[in-house]
Design a protein around this ligand. Structure first.
Ligand code: ADP
Ligand code: SF4
Length: 691
């Protein structure tokens, strides 16, 4: 298909100092939980982005010196020359596909307690470290010699970045993270020398290092500056006017301005808390301050919107982290006019959770993310079918849909049967809850792909029984029948059912998604799931006028959403909606009109009035079909059945990302020898042992 002319503007080249970007698609630096532990997997992941058409592909934070590590987080390192080959491998993969490679040099200073190196953190002012975990460590105030050393270390890292083959060598002052930001901010910089106090003084170090970097990399590399432009949150934060003045003081020194918000959780909001282009208004006026190209992010997936940003003159390049994770081939698809093939980011931040849990990046929409080298998966191409044996998939949730589209693309004849009249399973159901509308993109992308595949047939309103499966005789059967929420209290805290009075009013998220709301007004939500559902149900009921109490054994609501950087937003929203939050309590039993609760520390019990209770606890697999078929294994051969597999929540309930991954895994494994578990199922890097 030809490219839409309105999108031509996105394919104009952009000069960034001495280098030229082939188009305006810019993959901004993003963390991924792989870093120095999985450098080859990471190099391949970045290479696939370049293959997908991004003009610039950047690393995540790269620690420049051993006096500032960001453990326990796993990022890249460029501490000495021995780290160069690891980075060079990535630059090479990016260059292979014609993109420019960018490296984000980072000195975290006050943001890291130096758990690995045990060095004293260095900062403009000796304050407690500003980490997520209130570490009992303070930084030392940098003296003039420290500042001279720091400049030398940054220079050395810039040189190593150039030697590793990078085309853009960053000075990172964004996200309220890192040494430069701490110098810029009155909150962290209490100095009275020429590096503190006035605006000029606070900008001094940034300016010096920008000039050092430029000198060090010579005229072969560009020097971008990543910088937070923001609305002030407190009197000591950098106000918008001040941020503009700061840019003004160094406006022409960097070759590019890469704009972000402070901190990261505000820059990368989930779709539940911020729409596409949430921060767009902050780009106003920036281009009057500098003649250098400006990059801005906004979880952009719409090429119309991207083109209009350029046309309006707000920014010059479209910065994307999450949209490039969900669809590494987004630029190619826009270039080829294949807009309905774009796998749009849903804004769930499961990708971010990889970084926060120190595990390789994963993505709800793109199951190949992080698996490019580990499992040899590609975001666009699948291995051709090894047989013509048809596959029956039962259930059209994220697992069934992903398996159907992936097997369809491989060339297998596929039948997808769904018992309800709506495709999408839990994604369709949950996207009707407050703030989760964008999650329907998981269904929409796959539904559109399946429609284009003549070898995939979808049957709605078709409840499949074991008799049907045996009668149809498909050689391969995948059971993707999902899971339902438990109504007996079993989850993390209680692993056996709790006492529930027979006439007590007890609901689950399923009841509410089915349209049944509590009859009484006083409702207690017992959240022992700890991800999004408890908070979302609280919102749903508060919006409908209920008096809602959310009770949790944890210290805060939706505590796992710390990993998606949503927790503070969830808690604030519930407080604003007058939801009563009761932490550190366990639901002991449910009576009529009351519940008994116990303090999780002392076990002291008390009664709380409640007309209805919503249990947001564990889920239970709907695997009856699988079990029935396994019980009738003796009939398979005659029916022509070779394999029956469970996938997604029917195998074990987890996130939507798990279900999509499971669907892809099933599709990749079809006609491969069965996994025995005797070998590691993915590739991994083994540490070289030294004397
Ligand atoms: P997952 O997250 O694993 O994809 P979901 O719960 O989202 O699981 O989806 C499961 C889907 O399977 C639902 O749409 C449900 O209606 C469907 N389903 C369950 N049992 C059957 C069955 N026996 N026949 C056909 N479809 C079924
Ligand atoms: Fe987008 Fe979610 Fe994928 Fe992250 S995990 S890129 S937020 S779809």
């Amino acid at each position: 298909m030809p490219r839409i002319p309105a999108h031509d503007i996105l394919f104009e080249p952009v000069d960034i100092g001495p280098v030229r970007a082939r188009n305006r698609f810019y993959q901004t630096p993003h963390c991924n939980g792989m870093g120095y532990r999985d450098p080859t997997a990471l190099a391949h992941m970045r290479g696939v982005k370049a293959e997908g058409g991004w003009a610039v592909v950047c690393t995540e934070q790269v620690e420049i010196h051993h006096t500032s590590d960001i453990n326990p987080f796993i990022e890249l390192r460029l501490w000495d020359d021995r780290d160069i080959p690891m980075l060079a491998k990535m630059a090479d993969r990016i260059h292979e596909h014609g993109a420019l490679a960018g490296i984000e040099l980072a000195y975290n200073g006050l943001n890291g307690p130096n758990l690995y190196g045990r060095e004293i953190p260095l900062a403009p002012t000796g304050l407690p470290v500003a980490s997520f975990t209130y570490d009992p460590v303070q930084a030392r105030t940098m003296d003039k010699e420290d500042i001279r050393n720091f400049r030398r270390w940054h220079r050395a890292a810039a040189r190593r970045g150039r030697e590793a083959g990078f085309d853009l060598v960053y000075v990172y002052a964004g996200h309220a993270l890192g040494c430069f930001y701490h110098f810029l901010s009155r909150r962290y910089n209490h100095r009275t020398d020429e590096y503190g106090g006035s605006l000029e003084n606070r900008v001094r170090l940034l300016k010096e290092v920008l000039l050092d970097t430029r000198e060090e990399v010579g005229d072969s590399c560009a020097v971008p500056c990543r910088f937070s432009i923001d609305e002030p949150a407190g009197p000591d934060d950098i106000s918008r006017a001040e941020a503009e003045d700061m840019i003004g003081l160094v406006a022409e020194i960097p070759d590019l301005w890469d704009l972000c918000l402070a901190g990261w959780e505000r820059d990368s909001k989930t779709s539940r808390f911020g729409p596409e282009g949430d921060q767009e208004y902050l780009y106003e006026n920036i281009k009057t301050l500098t003649t250098k190209p400006v990059v801005g992010v906004g979880r952009y997936t719409s090429p119309d919107r991207m083109a209009s940003l350029i046309r309006k003159g707000l920014i010059d390049m479209i910065g994307c982290a999450r949209p490039s994770i969900a669809d590494p081939f987004l630029p190619k698809k826009v270039e080829e006019g294949r807009l309905d093939d774009i796998r749009e980011c849903i804004g769930c931040n499961i990708c971010v959770s990889g970084d926060f849990t120190m595990s390789p990046i994963r993505c709800t929409q793109n199951p190949s993310m992080g698996e490019e080298w580990r499992r040899g998966w590609h975001p666009e191409y699948l291995p051709p079918a090894k047989s013509e044996k048809p596959v029956l998939i039962v259930g059209s949730g994220p697992a069934g849909l992903e398996a159907a589209q992936a097997l369809g693309k491989r060339g297998y004849p596929v039948t997808l049967a769904e018992k309800t009249t709506r495709i999408g399973g839990r994604v369709t159901r949950e996207s009707g809850l407050p703030g989760l509308a964008a999650w329907s993109r998981v269904r929409d992308y796959r539904e559109l792909q399946i429609r284009k595949l003549a070898n995939v047939e979808v049957y709605l309103d078709s409840e499949i029984t074991a008799d049907h499966v045996l009668e149809f005789g498909y050689p391969r059967v995948a059971i993707a029948t999902g899971a339902r929420w438990r109504a007996d209290g079993v989850a993390h805290h209680w692993t056996r059912p709790i006492p529930i009075a027979e006439s007590a009013e007890v609901l689950t998220p399923d009841t509410i998604m089915d349209g049944t709301l509590p009859t009484g007004r006083e409702v207690i939500i017992w959240d022992d799931d700890h991800y999004y559902m408890g908070g979302v149900i609280a919102e749903r009921l508060a919006d409908s006028g209920y008096n809602v109490t959310l009770m949790t054994p944890a210290a805060e609501v939706s505590t796992w959403t710390r990993n998606t950087m949503e927790q503070t937003f969830v808690q604030a929203r519930l407080i604003e909606k007058d939801v009563t939050i009761l932490p550190h309590l366990a639901l002991e039993s449910i009576g009529v009109g009351r519940v008994q609760v116990a303090c999780v520390f002392t076990g002291r019990t008390r009664d709380i009035p409640a007309e209805a209770v919503v249990l947001v606890t564990a889920r239970i697999s709907e695997d009856y079909l699988h079990d029935e078929l396994v019980a009738r294994r003796g009939e398979w051969e005659q029916a022509g059945i070779e394999t029956v597999s469970r996938i997604g929540d029917a195998e074990a309930p987890a996130t939507i990302a798990h279900a999509v991954f499971s669907g892809r895994r099933y599709a990749e494994a079809t006609d491969e020898p069965p996994a025995t578990g005797d070998q590691v199922s993915f590739r991994r890097e083994i540490t070289e042992l030294l004397e």
